[in-house]
Structure formats: C-alpha cells, structure tokens
Design a protein around this ligand. Structure first.
Ligand SMILES: NC(=O)c1ccc[n+]([C@@H]2O[C@H](COP(=O)([O-])OP(=O)(O)OC[C@H]3O[C@@H](n4cnc5c(N)ncnc54)[C@H](O)[C@@H]3O)[C@@H](O)[C@H]2O)c1
Length: 349
C-alpha cells in the first residue's frame, strides 16, 4: 500500500521494529485508535505505533483486507466498527475514513469524551465542520485537523523566512497524475485545500476574494484548477493544481518586500533571494530545513496538545475557514469539460 499526499514511505518494511515498540509501552501511555486504515490511516497507525508514550490500541475499518494488512504489520487489534473501539477504551483517535463520514465519526467519539484528530478536509460541508467544533467545545476535548503540510519541514522553513516580512504574493503549484482510485471529490477539495490553508497560515489573514478557473478535462469532477485569491491584508495568491501532470510537483514561491523565497516541498530545498540592488543584482542562500516526517510531527503535536491541555496547532476553526474558501471556489462557477470527442459541455458542481 502506497502512502498518500503526506508521506514518503511504504508501510511495508517496518513490521519488526513496530512490534517491539508496541509491546514495550508503559502503562501511562495515551491509548489511541485509528478509524479508517486506507492510504492515509495506515500511515497514521504506523506512526502512532512508534510514538513514545502512545499505545495504539486498535484500528477500525470495515474493509477486512485494509484492516488485516495493518493489524498484521503492527500487531495491534483490528475492529470492524467504532463502537468496539470505544468499548476497548481509547483516550484519543485519528479519523482517516472517507470525508463524508468525518462528521458522524467525529461526533460519536467527541460525545464520549475522546480527543479527535480528523483528516483534512474537516468535513463535507462548512455546517458539518461547525457542528464538530461545537461538539468538541461542549465536551472539552482536543480537536485537531490533519493539515499535514504545516508540518512539512520545507513549509516550516518558509513560514520562518516570512515571519515579520511584508508578504506581497504567494504562488503555489501542486500537480501530479490521477490518484490510483478516484474519490468523489475533485482537485479543489482534495489538493487545493492544503494550499488554501498554507496561504491563510503564511499571511495570518483571511481570504476575502476568490477567482477560480476550473476544468474537468478527464474526470467527472474538476481535475484542473487555477485559483486566484486576495487576502484581507492585500496579499495576492494563486494555486495551480491538477491531476494531469505525469509527475508530482509541489512548489511554493513567496515574494515579500525584501525577499523572494522558493520552496520545493518534495526535495525540501528552500532558497531565499535577498539584498536586491538597483542594478538588478541580489544574493541567494539555502535555508536550513529539518528532516522530520510531517505526519509524525503532526501526530506528536496532537498528543502534546492533549497532554498539556494546549490549543491544537491546527484548529477546527482554521480548517473550516479553509474548507469554506475551497467550497466558494467550486460555487463560483460551473466546470467546463473538455472532451475532444464530445466537444465542450458544462456540468454543474
Ligand atoms: N492529509 C493528507 O495529506 C491526506 C492525504 C490523503 C487523504 N487524506 C484524507 O484522509 C481521508 C481518507 O483518505 P484515503 O485516501 O486514506 O482514503 P482510503 O479510501 O484509502 O481509506 C479510507 C478507509 O476508510 C475505511 N472506512 C470506510 N468506512 C469506514 C467507517 N465507517 N469506519 C472506519 N473506516 C471506514 C475504508 O474501508 C478505507 O479503508 C480523507 O478524508 C482524505 O481527504 C488526507
């Protein structure tokens, strides 16, 4: 099973080490479960099983093949429904089931006092997202959303480089081939929502204008999106995303008044141009970038927020704001389908 957007490793190959790690957990470990162990959830399970002071109690998935694959690799229990996981006793869960199930699964856990990290996007709609936030506030549990790119060391280096700078523009490219299995969302909800979150996070400002261009060249849903934004602070940003590129590319360019920063999220190389001179010359330097696995850093941050009772580093409110912008991009226009055989047609989104 290959990793999703967030990861860089295969789940195979670490079975032995994980078995030892799980069996040596001390009793005060945080008891955790993973709900949905497909592409993303299997990685949650792998990472959680190796975290200090965390005990992966069980994973839940109605798909026997997915469940067995993970339970065999990690030597943890596999359950076929959420109620069995709750009965087994967990302090916290991560939810990586399909997005349309996030709301009901999150509420079922939150209402039992269980801390929740739910994968991005937080839910299928803004209303569902707000309902999850309200439930978490009522129950007093930690709610975090898996916008894992914030934990990518290259992204963190860019965030550091722009801290206190006057950001002028942001250009993000996130392209690649079609995923092996198509879900019921297009590139805006699946991919661009990562970058909408990054634009809001870098600028610390809300997006107030969206100008989307969408097209459905091959898939039913939009598979090309060129999205332009303006933030309340006046930053112009754009996202170029598609599933039509034969290779993956993930780049971020940020222009500030004094710097130009270029980051490659895959090679994790971040370069800063600075010291602009009237003759057009300037200096360049490579910024130091860490080596953490983003998902491990994200899950450690979730555990730390639970243990210390601190604010989750990616809150439900932030995730809903990003989902809201993504949905606005879809609502602003119809998708144009380009088909050489059938000719252009319009489909409602
Ligand atoms: N943060 C990221 O970079 C990233 C990357 C990929 C996916 N995701 C998100 O993760 C979620 C899952 O995506 P995926 O690509 O792993 O999908 P997937 O289809 O590979 O996995 C989903 C799993 O959930 C299981 N499932 C279905 N109903 C369930 C239920 N009621 N209870 C428990 N499990 C159930 C399915 O059997 C499947 O194994 C989505 O919300 C997606 O947006 C995030």
């Amino acid at each position: 099973m290959l990793l999703g957007e967030a990861g860089t490793h295969r789940i195979e190959g670490w079975h032995q080490g994980m078995v030892q790690a799980v069996s040596s957990r001390p009793d005060h470990s945080l008891r955790m479960g993973v709900i949905g162990v497909g592409v993303m959830g299997s990685n949650h399970a792998r990472v959680l099983s190796g975290l200090p002071d965390v005990r992966l109690v069980a994973v839940v998935d109605p798909d026997i093949a997915h469940r067995d694959f993970v339970t065999r690799a990690l030597d943890c229990r596999g359950l076929d429904d959420l109620e069995s996981l709750i009965a087994a006793g967990v302090d916290a869960v991560t939810i990586a089931a399909p997005t349309h199930l996030h709301h009901d699964l999150a509420l079922a856990c939150i209402n039992r006092g269980i801390h929740v990290l739910v994968e991005k996007p937080i839910a299928s709609s803004v209303e569902e997202g707000h309902s999850i936030i309200r439930a978490a506030n009522r129950a007093g549990v930690t709610l975090m959303v898996g916008h894992v790119e914030r934990f990518n060391p290259a992204v963190r280096a860019i965030k550091e480089a722009v801290r206190g700078e006057d950001i002028l523009s942001i250009a993000i490219t996130r392209v690649g081939p079609f995923p092996p299995r198509m879900s019921n969302v297009g590139v805006v909800i699946d991919l661009a929502v990562h970058d909408i979150d990054l634009i809001r996070w870098f600028t610390e400002s809300e997006i107030v204008e969206v100008q989307p261009q969408l097209s459905s060249a091959v898939a039913e849903r939009e598979d090309i999106a060129l999205l332009q934004f303006r933030t309340a602070s006046g930053v112009l940003a754009h996202i170029n995303t598609n599933w039509l590129t034969p290779f993956k590319a993930r780049t971020i360019h940020v222009a500030t008044r004094k710097k130009y920063i270029i980051g490659d999220l895959l090679t994790r190389q971040v370069t800063e141009c600075f010291g602009f001179q009237p003759d057009g010359s300037y200096s360049m330097r490579h910024l130091s970038v860490g080596h953490d696995e983003p998902l491990r850093a994200e899950l450690m941050a979730f555990v730390s927020a639970i243990r210390n009772g601190t604010r989750a580093p990616v809150t439900g409110e932030e995730a809903v704001a990003s989902l809201d912008i993504a949905i606005r991009c879809l609502q602003r226009q119809e998708v144009t389908t380009v088909s050489p055989r059938k000719g252009p047609r319009r489909v409602a989104v």
